[in-house]
Design a protein around this ligand. Structure first.
Ligand code: 4AD
Ligand code: MG
Length: 432
């Protein structure tokens, strides 16, 4: 329908006939002069109609337009230093493709602020705002960069089932669903499946996965449906091999975000790309750092939100936005975690500006040890028979991680997780 997006029109095109299509962003009627601002995916352009010059039919149609209606415009490009970007369109034909009702549920021109609930309830209109759509363009770019990085590192992209028979991360945070006459669950992660893949010979796999978590959180960093880069790799020496891949992946994604110039300028933001290597802190050292600031965490416990935030500040003061925490207590981590010694494991987390964005580690590949750990965690072995079986007939040493895309996005831009997910799912929100 269009020959150009608005942004492609420039002064050099003076006199050319073009076709544009988009939404009526604003209408200004000065009697003899009528201005329309047309908005499309890439920007805005002014359409100027004049009594006596513009066709009567076009003038009448402009009078009948409502804001946010979708129109198609055929017109001539005109240089005009007084118009935005020094150009305007003299309309020859305008067609209404879809008329918008009024009043509008949300003001796209942002003269009126809306709260988050109103915005999410009207997300289809919220995303019409350039600084909101910029977020999802950056998101698309970092996902592309992540995928390309991993394909370049010889990983194979897979798709694992989301309807599963047992809790993949253990625990109770699962959504039960009815699967014909049986109980099933929405997958908390591809964990069991990506591990089973390690015994297939496809020894480096990843998935851009959806996690379903029935956590009853009500925070700016938790959702019940999240997206993540989920990866597993075999023939590793230890968790450091996995951390190296995560380091490359996350830095490639942040770098790509930093290159989204147009989007960042709309958002009035800059992104600093952390330098390699990412600091690798031991769990005990982290406890010390926190204790020095007056936050005592008993050995063996995971960091709570407050201490994660405090650690972010401590690290910021040392010039580090991003950092690994390794050597976690085995019992604080899921059943599949490889122990390192009596108390410590080969599990790690990756923190970015005070928020965990990834967890991973080396896994147990020994069948007997794995069965033992399931028992330790009071997990019914019967539910895991299909998984355990893959450890009995040749399972190489392996490890992997899950990197939350929503979490990475929120920390990149310094906003709530709800800002970076199109249609977020939380305890109170199931629509739209
Ligand atoms: O830390 P999690 O639960 O680890 C796993 O799922 C393991 N299977 C990973 C592995 O391979 N060992 O989830 C991984 C990441 C978190 O660090 C976080 O970024 C994101 O997924 N995540 C959430 N993000 C927002 N809201 C939630 N409720 C999240 N749960 C996990
Ligand atoms: Mg975690």
């Amino acid at each position: 329908m269009r020959t150009h997006y608005s942004i492609k029109i420039n002064q050099g095109m003076d006199g050319e006939e073009v076709k544009l299509a988009g939404w009526v962003h604003e209408i200004r009627d000065l009697g003899n002069l009528k201005f329309l601002v047309l908005r499309d995916r890439e920007g805005f352009i002014q359409i100027t109609a004049k009594k006596g010059e513009t066709d009567e039919k076009v003038l009448r149609l402009i009078d009948s337009l409502s804001k946010e209606s979708v129109i198609e415009v055929k017109g001539r490009v005109k240089k005009n230093e007084k118009a935005p970007r020094g150009i305007e369109i003299f309309p020859v034909e305008i067609h209404i493709l879809s008329k918008a009702d009024s009043p509008l549920p949300l003001d796209v021109t942002q003269k009126v602020d809306a709260d988050m609930d109103t915005r999410l309830n009207n997300r289809f209109m919220d995303v019409r705002k350039p600084h909101i759509s910029a977020i999802f363009r950056i998101r698309s770019r970092i996902i592309k960069a992540g995928r390309e990085f991993l394909l370049g590192e010889n990983f194979i992209e897979i798709t694992s089932p989301k309807i599963i028979a047992s809790a993949s991360e253990g625990g109770t945070d699962v959504f039960p669903i009815s699967y014909f006459n049986r109980e099933a669950f929405l997958a908390q992660s591809p964990q069991l499946y990506k591990q089973m893949m390690m015994s297939t010979g496809l020894d480096r796999v990843f998935e851009i996965a959806t996690y379903f978590r029935a956590e009853e959180h009500d925070t700016r960093r938790h959702l019940n449906e999240v997206s993540a880069f989920d990866l597993e790799m075999a023939f590793i020496r230890d968790e450091e091999d996995v951390m190296n891949v995560l380091e490359g992946l996350v830095l490639a994604m942040i770098k790509e975000a930093s290159l989204c110039e147009r989007e960042l300028s709309v958002l009035k933001q800059e992104i600093e790309v952390p330098k390699k290597p990412i600091k690798r802190l031991n769990y005990e050292h982290v406890l010390e750092l926190l204790a020095r600031e007056g936050k005592e965490i008993p050995w063996g416990e995971d960091l709570d939100t407050e201490s994660e935030k405090l650690l972010g500040e401590i690290m910021r003061d040392q010039g580090e936005d991003i950092y690994f925490i390794k050597g976690y207590p085995t019992d604080a981590k899921p059943f599949y975690t490889m122990p390192k010694d009596e108390k410590h494991s080969r599990a790690f987390d990756l923190g970015y500006k005070g928020v965990e964005i990834s967890s991973g580690g080396q896994r147990i590949h020994d069948y007997n040890l794995l069965a033992e750990r399931l028992e330790f965690h009071n997990i019914e072995r019967e539910n895991f028979t299909f998984y355990l079986k893959s450890f009995r007939y040749g399972m190489p040493p392996h490890g992997g991680f899950g990197l939350g895309i929503d979490r990475l996005m929120m920390q990149l831009l310094g906003v709530s997780i709800r800002e970076v997910v199109l249609f977020p799912r939380d305890r109170h929100r199931l629509t739209p």
